[in-house]
Write a protein that binds this ligand. Sequence first.
Ligand SMILES: Nc1nc2c(c(=O)[nH]1)N[C@H]1C(S)=C(S)[C@@H](COP(=O)(O)OP(=O)(O)OC[C@H]3O[C@@H](n4cnc5c(=O)[nH]c(N)nc54)[C@H](O)[C@@H]3O)O[C@H]1N2
Ligand SMILES: Nc1nc2c(c(=O)[nH]1)N[C@H]1C(S)=C(S)[C@@H](COP(=O)(O)OP(=O)(O)OC[C@H]3O[C@@H](n4cnc5c(=O)[nH]c(N)nc54)[C@H](O)[C@@H]3O)O[C@H]1N2
Ligand SMILES: [Mo]
Length: 697
Amino acid sequence: MKSARFTHAMTSSTTTPETTQVRGACPHDCPDTCSLVTTVDNGVAVRVNGNPAHRHTDGALCTKVSRYAERSYHPERLLTPLKRSGPKGSGRFEPVGWDEALDDIAQRLKTIAARDPQAILPYSYAGTMGLVQGEAMAGRFFHRLGASLLDRTICASAGGEALVQTLGGKVGMKVEHFARAKLILIWGSNSIGSNLHFWRLAQQAKRDGARLVCIDPRRTETADKCHEHIALRPGTDAALALALMHQLIAHDWLDHDYIEKHTLGWEGLRERALQWPPERAAEVCGVPVQQIVDLARDYGTTKPAAIRLNYGMQRVRGGGNAVRAIACLPALVGAWRDPAGGVLLSASGHFPVNRAALQRPDLLAGRAPRTLNMSTVGDDLLRDASPTFGPRVEAVIVYNSNPVAVAPESGKVVQGFEREDLFTVVLEHFRTDTADVADYILPATTQLEHWDIHSSYGHTDVLLNRPAIAPVGQARTNTDIFRALAARMGFDDPCFADDDLTLCRTAFGDQVDFQRLLDVGFATLPLPDAPFAHGNFPTASGRCEFFSERLAARGQDGLPDHLPNFESIGSSSQFPLAMISPPARNFLNSSFVNVTSLRDIEGEPLLEIHADDAASRGIASGQMVRVFNLRGEYRCKANVSKRARPGVVNGLGIWWRKLGPSGTNVNEVTSQRLTDMGGGPVFYDCLVEVAPLHEDA
Ligand SMILES: Nc1nc2c(c(=O)[nH]1)N[C@H]1C(S)=C(S)[C@@H](COP(=O)(O)OP(=O)(O)OC[C@H]3O[C@@H](n4cnc5c(=O)[nH]c(N)nc54)[C@H](O)[C@@H]3O)O[C@H]1N2
Ligand SMILES: Nc1nc2c(c(=O)[nH]1)N[C@H]1C(S)=C(S)[C@@H](COP(=O)(O)OP(=O)(O)OC[C@H]3O[C@@H](n4cnc5c(=O)[nH]c(N)nc54)[C@H](O)[C@@H]3O)O[C@H]1N2
Ligand SMILES: [Mo]
């Protein structure tokens, strides 16, 4: 057996065969942010494992990321820059040299910027969560250019805004303390699929006698393993939360001392909650009254009680209000007093990231470009210039995202990107659906090939990622591509010379011990175990704000309420089924769909449908169906399944369009409407009809 040692530098090929191990961080958009150990054999990454020394990772990875080497060396990895050689969207490209590509791109951008730089739009999300390969050099580039700003709403902005308005930030319980809770509500989250390391803590609590309740319209693998599953209708969580409050009040399961000292707006909330007896909520949620009554009793009488809220429940019109209602619950029962009580939706607000130093908004130098919402990219690409909108979008630079597959109402997104007069550059690992409609595709490095530094939204450790191997093919880091473009644009500000290790150091400044990151790969933020045991919420009032003056000042309801979906069940006879499209376990959004071993596990795009809904439409399990509404249609295989509740179909996502049966995916039918707070998308607020597809159709 070869001996392995940790290396602090990339192994260059040496004369003697050698095996080294390199510490890194999982870059994916997942709350777990795992610490990785990559085994490198003569410059080749042969294995990616979970780091046993990092307590949150505990030596284990999910199936997807344990295939990270397979993904990085995938035969379809982009190895050279490509230039379009056929009509837009034809998928015909030819290889070109880096200099030719960068010169041409810079020239095109200069010409547009001379008219109005706001006609250029960056489009990015969390393909990597790295603070350096994410918005560091890219932010500097677009700020210096004066391009349109992008509101990055596609995932978490409704819930994020709701937390800010209630708790004062994206803050909450420390995840490790869930292991000691006696009641855990897993609310709007399929932990086994999308937050596996949290699930390990929940199981530990379960073994120690905790009761686990899953609140989710879909009977997920997580719901299967909880004591109770509350299969409410999509978008009815606020009604459930208000009914729980009703019962807490009716039975006086309240912590009056905590409410008095550490909350704001109790009288108003009390009055609001009293309008929600369990019978009313049961009607709205489509669940038995008894389930609500029992849940309220458990929540009111079990200590410590913890809520693992997740983003699945805020992808509906009232997503922000729902998160606000749920985030109020722990204060009512004083759950925050115990480290194992409270709520966790996101921990990202605990991290002292110096975003201004990384992204340098000061390079705008007084200019105030318009902001476009990434969730309405379909409409925005099709909009003409106007005094309210500003200039027509003439160029889009996409990195760390695959909008053609993941953005709502893809019919319009595709139409927008296929505009002959739009100049599109895509930085990618693969020929995604978005890369297919580009003018230039630039090959980017993966996490095994670059430096980065990471915060997390599911735990409170900072992680450093070292490159383990040399870039594959001619791939370049995102940072390097933006540096090279900056040079060609004539941006000579010294900040464009910062290298990636400097950017890693800049992210946290002296707030984190960088030497420790270099030595062991991760560092825990020094935070109290029960951050809100004595109030101290990071709100203006220092209290948990049941009533939000800021929301009221904007003309919104200052108290949380139930807002019915835009497309709620029963509101259309033409489209009677509510469709949700949660992630498939073996994909990460649209990443990994092209990794054969993972795609083989998922098989093909499936629509889970309840037996009654299938029978009344003459649909048999395994049959191809059309899923449609006025926005569009996609095709997939029906899976008559107990995982679907009556009236709700589950279209598991997010497949690459070109790998689906009709070259489309679930987002053909989702809408571009926005949530009550944060301007987020409403992927799970979507009515459809489903019909069997016969062979000759
Ligand atoms: N394997 C895997 N892991 C992932 C991802 C992935 O694609 N695959 N995506 C990552 C990303 S980007 C994110 S944002 C996180 C998301 O993290 P979570 O939000 O925990 O993600 P999901 O597993 O999608 O859980 C959402 C659950 O919400 C349910 N749901 C849908 N509508 C409602 C509703 O109205 N109310 C309630 N109560 N539940 C509802 C869905 O059925 C689904 O089971 O996961 C991350 N982790
Ligand atoms: N219907 C429906 N739609 C959804 C959702 C849903 O639940 N249902 N979920 C939504 C959510 S929660 C999210 S977060 C979004 C996610 O949407 P996106 O953030 O677009 O996520 P991915 O689809 O994973 O695409 C990320 C892309 O970035 C690329 N990438 C990764 N690392 C790098 C890098 O270092 N450099 C470069 N240049 N590229 C890189 C990957 O190859 C991948 O193609 O999708 C949303 N869309
Ligand atoms: Mo997300």
